[in-house]
Design a protein around this ligand. Sequence first.
Ligand SMILES: *Cc1c(COP(=O)(O)O)cnc(C)c1O
Length: 235
Amino acid sequence: MPIRENIEYVNRLKADAARKCGRTGDDVLLVAVTKLHDVDEINEAIDCGITDIGENKVQEIVSKYDRVKPVRWHLIGHLQTNKVKYIIDKVAMIHSVDSLKLAEEIDKRAAQHGLTMDILIQVNSAMEESKFGITTEETGQLIQDILANCPNVRIRGLMCIAPFEDNPEDARVYFEEVRKLYDEYGKIQHPNLDFKYLSMGMSNDFEVAIEAGSNLIRVGTMIFGARDYSKKQGE
Ligand SMILES: *Cc1c(COP(=O)(O)O)cnc(C)c1O
């Protein structure tokens, strides 16, 4: 896989989409999603300028962590409460917070390490049964509950995984709904809320997501090629 060319291509499409709505490519952070890819491929991507990588399983972060060059790690997949302790000192941001219970565990572990953890709230605006995340209606309450109970957690924005659509245009409404919430809740004045990231868009839909307001895209397949799920390493 020509990783360098793929990254350049994604960066070009990202910049084009950003320009369409009066922004530049630099306004949109590219997180390279490295799940099921080898450490060698990840290090190659880092050599090509990737500064942020995303993994969706705790186990993969733990097993690769020491062999990957310095980079910011993002936990983008569902996180079980009992696994927070394994990644609390390894990741820069957790994108998948969808309950107070999980936020409280992150808060507790962050305190033990003397750090404040950046998190995003995962919103399932399409209300797909198969996906994690809270509904748009629940978002405001969860933000308030976290702000009231988790002093070692900083809410940096929202994350959304749109339903897979053959035509990515069909995902636009789900992105736009989360963008509205992002604009609304970003106005909250609180020391532990500082909205900076709207994490929306994957290989198949990131251009539409950027047009809808995303400023962080999570791209795997378009950089590294198709994943080999026979290499699955468990959670
Ligand atoms: C796998 C994954 C991605 C990347 O998906 P691609 O289609 O390979 O770009 C993005 N976000 C999450 C949460 C993922 O699990």
